[in-house]
Write a protein of this length. Structure first.
Ligand code: SAM
Length: 278
């Protein structure tokens, strides 16, 4: 396969460093460097930006990001077996790649990044949703990142971009769309990965909004959407009754019929309800 950077093909890298994929680390590698360069391009212009990549593995996407001109790439990888391969990439791009070994859920990477920051990652499926929720729910807004370009299982990607009435509509859509603009920019079949997962995947690009789309307290919004979608087919006056005896009045004050169901209610109305309860 044609190389984008003069470094060895990824199959050779994997063989040389004995990087047999481990299921428990969510390892499904992208070995086509033209594809990883395409994913890097879907994050927009990288030339003046720092990029955070979680889970570089043998470095296919990392190489795409560097070849596409990212100013500086910071990678966080849990599997120490990947370190020699990543060190080779760092040597090929002097001063442009910082390799941090550890768990992305535990490490604080902000100190290594200079704005503007773009996050680009083919995430391990077992931690992908948790990382997304963390990136969408920092204590202060705007967050450290300007955009997130992330690979998910297609079913999760659909939950992020879903609209009221869609089967996939729920808390993740509301959380993502309240303070960001998410869209699916690419879908990939299982065969794009080695080993091939059971499901299709999709890349979601989220651009942050400078301020929330509608005013609301994040903690209240999070609580009411959790309660409402926990029993998504129940009427809201019943699924939200734990919020107080006057929940019907609060719903009406927010312009929501108390007999409506969570799956029919849009972001503007959930934010109005959060305000009337705050
Ligand atoms: N970016 C590579 C690619 O596209 O071929 C590998 C993607 S693979 C789906 C996920 C990667 O995340 C693996 O390299 C795995 O070791 C790493 N990983 C899994 N859990 C992690 C965690 N908690 N923190 C950091 N990296 C993790």
């Amino acid at each position: 396969m044609a190389s984008i950077d003069g470094l060895p093909p990824l199959r050779e890298v994997i063989r040389a460093h004995d990087l047999v994929a481990k299921k428990q680390l969510g390892q499904n590698f992208l070995l086509d460097l033209n594809l990883t360069a395409r994913i890097a391009r879907s994050a927009g212009d990288l030339t003046g930006a720092d990029v955070l990549e979680v889970g570089p593995g043998p470095g296919g996407l990392t190489r795409g990001l560097l070849a596409e001109g990212a100013r500086h790439v910071v990678v966080v990888e849990k599997d120490p077996r990947a370190l020699p391969a990543l060190d080779e990439i760092a040597a090929h791009y002097p001063g442009r790649l910082t390799v941090l070994m550890g768990d992305a859920l535990a490490l604080d990477v902000a100190a290594h990044l200079t704005p503007p920051v773009k996050v680009v990652a083919n995430l391990p499926y077992n931690v992908g949703t948790e990382l997304l929720i963390r990136w969408l729910s920092p204590p202060a807004w705007p967050p450290f990142w300007q955009s997130l370009t992330l690979m998910f299982q297609k079913e999760v990607a659909e939950r992020i971009v879903a609209r009221p009435g869609d089967d996939a509509y729920g808390r993740l859509a509301l959380l993502a769309q309240w303070r960001a603009e998410p869209r699916i920019v690419m879908t990939l079949p299982p065969e794009a990965f080695t080993p091939a997962p059971k499901v299709h995947s999709a890349v979601v690009h989220l651009t942050r909004l400078e301020a929330p789309r509608y005013p609301a307290d994040g903690a209240v919004l999070s609580r009411i959407t959790a309660m409402a979608f926990n029993q998504r087919r129940k009427m809201l006056r019943s699924s939200l009754k734990g919020l107080g005896p006057d929940i019907e009045q609060k719903l009406l004050a927010a312009g929501i019929p108390p007999t409506a169901r969570a799956e029919e209610i849009g972001l503007a109305q959930f934010c109005a309800l959060a305000r009337s309860l705050a």
